[in-house]
Design a protein around this ligand. Structure first.
Ligand code: MN
Length: 274
């Protein structure tokens, strides 16, 4: 069992010479991993064992999992994912997880097992000196009032604690019911409501004095340029992952590009540079 190991931290990450010396940072989001999609899980495990090892830092900007009902969920696919992440962090690549709307219950036990760090949403950092805000993206969808209300309710620490206090079986049943409900609600909502609100984007850039925003959630990958307070600003939207293809945003020395991850055997290629 992964989550009942007690409070001892795992071994500190090693930094073998030659590994992770590129200073590359990778960003992914919206993998929506679930036992019912083994191909996407395999693609992610290959990524952790391969491409990700060459990076100094991997940011997962939310919705790594399609649903997360607690760190004590010991289903076999989740054990494999924990082991994959542990392998990456042990090899010297730092990994930061931001909570998504599907996996905001990821907690300390998961981090202890994997060597990952939980980040806040939003997180302000700098890349090549440029103040950059990292978010999952659901906070930007301010026109979806029902969702924002729901979000405040389920993130309440007491509500979270009461949910986690239930048995694993009870939590699985509740999550399944919610998934059905949210699937129905989504089809009734207009495309504009489900997208990032331009006013919310501006508000976050202003509040955090950032000129670059990177997020996922909307599944509308794009490189937007905007003028913010007389300055050029940008909003980079990450792509969701599929059974046969994942996408990674790469930063290295002030340059950015996207790479497509394909299952082993298929040729890996870059898609765009900016
Ligand atoms: Mn999401």
């Amino acid at each position: 069992m992964w989550t009942r190991r007690g409070d001892t931290a795992g071994p500190p990450p090693r930094h073998p010479a030659g590994a992770a010396d590129h200073g590359e940072t990778l960003f992914i989001s919206d993998l929506h991993l679930t036992p019912g999609r083994p191909e996407t899980i395999r693609l992610f495990l290959e990524f952790l064992d391969g491409r990700a090892r060459r990076a100094r830092h991997l940011y997962i900007l939310g919705d790594l999992f399609d649903a997360w009902i607690g760190d004590d969920d010991d289903s076999a696919p989740y054990q494999a994912i924990r082991a994959g992440l542990r392998g990456l962090t042990s090899a010297g690549t730092a990994c930061t997880l931001l909570p998504g709307n599907r996996d905001f219950l990821l907690g300390r036990a998961f981090c202890r097992d994997t060597g990952c760090t939980l980040g806040r949403d939003p997180t302000l950092t700098r890349f090549a000196g440029v103040p950059t805000l990292l978010m999952h993206g659901d906070l930007l969808c301010t026109a979806d009032l029902d969702y924002q209300r729901f979000r405040r309710r389920v993130r309440n620490p007491l509500v979270k604690a009461m949910f986690l206090w239930k048995s694993l079986a009870a939590r699985r049943a509740l999550a399944e019911g919610y998934r059905r409900q949210s699937g129905t609600a989504k089809t009734d909502k207009s495309a504009a409501i489900m997208d990032a609100d331009p006013g919310a984007v501006t508000d976050y850039l202003t509040r955090f004095r950032a000129v670059h925003l990177i997020h996922g959630h909307t599944h509308r990958p794009a490189d937007h340029t905007l003028t913010h307070q007389g300055q050029a600003a940008r909003r980079t939207v990450l792509a969701e992952w599929h059974d046969d293809r994942g996408e990674v945003l790469v930063h290295r020395d002030g340059t950015w590009h996207r790479e497509t991850m394909l299952p082993s055997g298929a040729e890996q290629h870059s898609t765009s540079r900016s």
